[in-house]
Write a protein that binds this ligand. Structure first.
Ligand code: PLP
Length: 477
């Protein structure tokens, strides 16, 4: 036993660490290898879980191996498997093993990735990885960005930056514009930043669920007349509801005309820049002043990993940099030595970049392109199968890997279709073979699928369809 272990009440011996470590890895591999036969949805009541996991803090410690074993059964046995190939709900999080191992290493070394003094190696990896993403999204050399916990933090940080750059600190009454299909994290960010509903303009969309561009300009003109200051327009590069891309180039032109910041939320959809079809759909993404992009979504990373890219990295510093006497020694020398605490809210921040770096290095861009294209192809395939069924109707076609549909047998009313969607989604969840949820499109409850797991097969989709047909038959409309 080493001296440090002997003197440390919170240390395990080498042998114990190895035993726990191997058990953890074995558990993970067992989970990944056994995925096919897992019931996707598992849940217990709060009372049941409290009984299994609660109780007072033990005065004396217990065997860590037994603890891992219990977590395997009672904790991980009661979570929704968002990494399952047939998890089609929300935005799936497929993850990948190299990302998990990178996270494990980063945590094991407990890297402080806030400034260059503490983590030059980690900051270098973050800068290199951010540069790769900038290249993919056609952002300029002087652009920058950083990794954050997720899309919500990226959207919030973008609006904070927009406000700082466009409104300075002049206390102007600034207004933000976006379509009513924009993810709720934007409204949450605005709320946190103190931008009240009076200064938010969720705008109508056209029949394709893209922002109504005329309504956007009209709203800006109306606000200018009222003495307000339009300062930020937010576009969608893949809405959560339907994978819709707003007319980004037109929005960017309006942003320029009215001196507004143009932010794009590509938390989910920006990954499609790696494919030919995606690039076409996302035309104009490069016109953004800032872009949200989440590696823990369609870049197959374990949570938590979001990213904010900006056209000019100085804008982040202008927004977030403050000084403190106890941080004087950490001041960076030259532009190359990045202190990421100057680029965002967090001072103490983890080393998120390693997981994306390891994943891209291990599998290569070619495999990534294939994996993302496959997601879009699977959504196309699902749409094709649904169109062949006589009682099903496509509500929004396959776009960036998302589609919406309903069970609509002849003579069914809208109210019946609505409750039918809810009932079918519940049956899918309880059955456990697959998982999908509902959303509302133009007020109608629809079934929504996002089949983007790279391990998904056409056979999986066909069997999911068989289940849908079976459950629809059991629902009396
Ligand atoms: C388009 C979009 N933006 C933002 C978010 C919020 O991201 P997060 O959940 O990582 O905070 C989501 C989440 O699904 C999203 O789909």
């Amino acid at each position: 036993m080493s001296k440090s272990v002997k003197n440390n009440p919170l240390a395990l011996s080498k042998k114990e660490m190895q035993a726990v470590g191997y058990q953890v890895i074995d558990t993970l591999i067992e989970h990944l290898e056994g995925m096919e036969n897992l019931k996707i949805h598992a849940q217990k009541s709060p009372a049941e879980l409290n009984k299994l996991l609660g109780g007072p803090i033990p005065e004396k410690g217990q065997d860590p191996l037994a603890l891992v074993e219990q977590a395997k059964k009672d904790v991980f046995g009661n979570v929704l498997h968002v990494d399952h190939p047939r998890f089609y709900a929300f935005i799936p999080s497929p993850g990948n093993f190299m990302g998990v191992m990178a996270d494990t290493l980063a945590k094991g070394f407990n890297v402080f990735n806030g400034h260059w003094l503490a983590g030059s190696g980690s900051a270098a990896i973050e800068r290199i990885t951010i540069d790769w993403l900038k290249d993919i999204c056609k952002f300029p050399e002087k652009g920058g960005g950083l990794f954050l916990s997720g899309g919500s933090m990226a959207n919030l940080s973008a609006i904070a930056t927009a406000r700082k750059i466009k409104l300075k600190d002049e206390g102007k009454r600034g207004v933000v514009y976006y379509s009513n299909q924009t993810h709720s994290s934007l409204a949450k960010g605005l709320k946190v930043l103190g931008i009240g509903e009076k200064y938010r303009r969720p705008l109508p969309t056209d029949k394709h669920l893209k922002i109504d561009i005329k309504a956007l300009e009209k709203a800006i003109k109306r606000d200018l007349k009222k003495g307000l200051t339009p300062f930020c327009i937010v576009g969608n590069a893949g809405t959560t509801n339907a994978g819709v891309v707003d007319p980004l180039k037109k929005m960017s032109a309006i942003a320029k005309k009215y001196n507004c910041w143009f932010h794009i939320d590509g938390a989910y959809g920006a990954a499609a820049m790696l494919t030919k079809t995606g690039k076409k759909a996302l035309r104009g993404i490069e016109t953004a002043d800032s872009l949200t992009l989440d590696p823990h979504k369609w870049w197959f990373q374990p949570m938590e990993m979001g990213c904010l890219l900006v056209k000019d990295s100085q804008h982040l510093k202008t927004t977030f940099q403050v000084s403190a006497e106890y941080l004087e020694d950490t001041k960076a020398k030259g532009l190359e030595e990045i202190n990421y605490y100057d680029h965002g809210i967090q001072l103490t921040r983890s080393f998120r970049a390693l997981k994306l770096y390891f994943s891209l290095k291990t599998f290569g861009l070619k495999a990534y392109k294939k994996a993302i294209q496959k997601g879009m192809d699977m959504a196309d395939y699902t749409e094709k199968l649904l169109r062949q069924q006589k009682d099903w109707q496509i509500i929004t076609p396959s776009q960036l890997g998302i589609l919406n549909f309903v069970y609509a047998p002849k003579g069914a009313t809208l109210a019946q279709i609505d409750t039918g969607s809810q009932a079918i989604a519940k049956k899918v969840m309880h059955d456990g073979y697959a998982m999908m949820t509902t959303t509302k499109i133009d007020g109608l409850t629809v079934l929504r699928m996002c089949p983007i797991h790279p391990g998904l097969t056409k056979k999986d989709i066909r069997k999911t369809m068989d289940k849908l047909v079976q459950f629809a038959g059991e629902v009396s409309l």
